[in-house]
Ligand binder design. Structure first.
Ligand code: SF4
Length: 263
């Protein structure tokens, strides 16, 4: 194993292609490769020669340990070559490459797949794909004023509305959220949101399961809550028996009225 945990073979040929004869002159040009490398980087960043690989006829790559800060497990690759019948080799390419144990970044993802809920900041713009499965086209172009009057109410004044898939995904997410029936505050609530006077049902198909909480004293005020969510601020919550303090026995009024009792 190499000193820096990188390439560990001494001489290799790639398995996926026919074996290439290792050119003896290029293979012997380790000093040439090292000299080229030390012109390219600080000599302290170059370690031992660790491998030689035949790339093509009269083309050979020499590999050296790399001590480049921040590149643990990487190695230097110097490719040398020569012309037919020539005894001199020349350097074709120098590269710093990751070895089998090097630390690499995660596979690249397009930005649209890297974004997570909550990443959108003030002023950011997040375009939606034209084929986003959560949306379906619904725009209706009509010159009829009667249609125009109701189309916005029906959602037809918008280019797209949420698809069945989009609504199902949203309902599942909300149901499993802290505003759903499994939240700690809901499990000990005296009753569900569905029977609460502060519950404002959503319009449309989501209205059967979700609404907005309009109780300023509730932890979910202004948020979408599930019908089976709930909290202690339910409009019909009554104090439990025993919580109401017992009536306080008033002391007998002193003779001459309450004024007599004052110092
Ligand atoms: S006050 Fe509590 S029970 Fe009533 S709607 Fe809001 S969260 Fe639900």
């Amino acid at each position: 194993m190499s000193k820096n945990g990188g390439v560990s073979t001494s001489t290799s040929t790639r398995k996926s292609r026919p074996a290439i004869r290792l050119d003896a002159v290029c293979a012997a040009a380790i000093a040439v490769a090292r000299d080229a490398l030390t012109e390219f980087t600080d000599v302290d960043n170059v370690g031992s020669h660790i491998a030689t690989r035949a790339e093509a006829e009269r083309v050979v790559t020499h590999m050296f340990e790399a001590y480049e800060p921040g590149y643990r497990g990487w190695y230097w690759s110097v490719t040398v070559m020569r012309a037919p019948r020539a005894k001199q080799v020349s350097v074709a390419e120098i590269a710093l490459l990751p070895g089998s144990e090097s630390l690499l970044p995660p596979e690249w993802l397009p930005w649209s797949e890297r974004l997570r809920p909550g990443d959108l900041g003030v002023g950011d713009v997040l375009p939606t794909d034209v084929d986003d499965e959560r949306l379906v086209p619904t725009y209706v172009l009509s010159d009829d004023p009667a249609v125009a009057e109701v189309e916005y109410e029906l959602g037809l004044g918008r280019a797209r509305v949420m698809s069945r898939t989009g609504r199902q995904q949203t309902a599942k997410r909300w149901w499993e959220s802290d505003a759903g029936p499994h939240a700690a505050v809901a499990r000990v609530a005296p009753a569900n949101c569905g029977t609460c006077g502060f519950f404002l049902p959503l319009a449309g198909s989501m209205g059967g399961a979700f609404g907005a909480c309009g109780n300023v004293m509730a932890p979910d005020d202004g948020k979408v809550v599930a019908v089976e969510h709930g909290c202690g601020a339910h409009s019909e919550a009554l104090p439990a028996a025993g919580v109401v303090p017992d009536a306080i026995d008033e002391p007998d009024e002193p003779e001459g009225g309450p004024h007599e009792a004052r110092p």
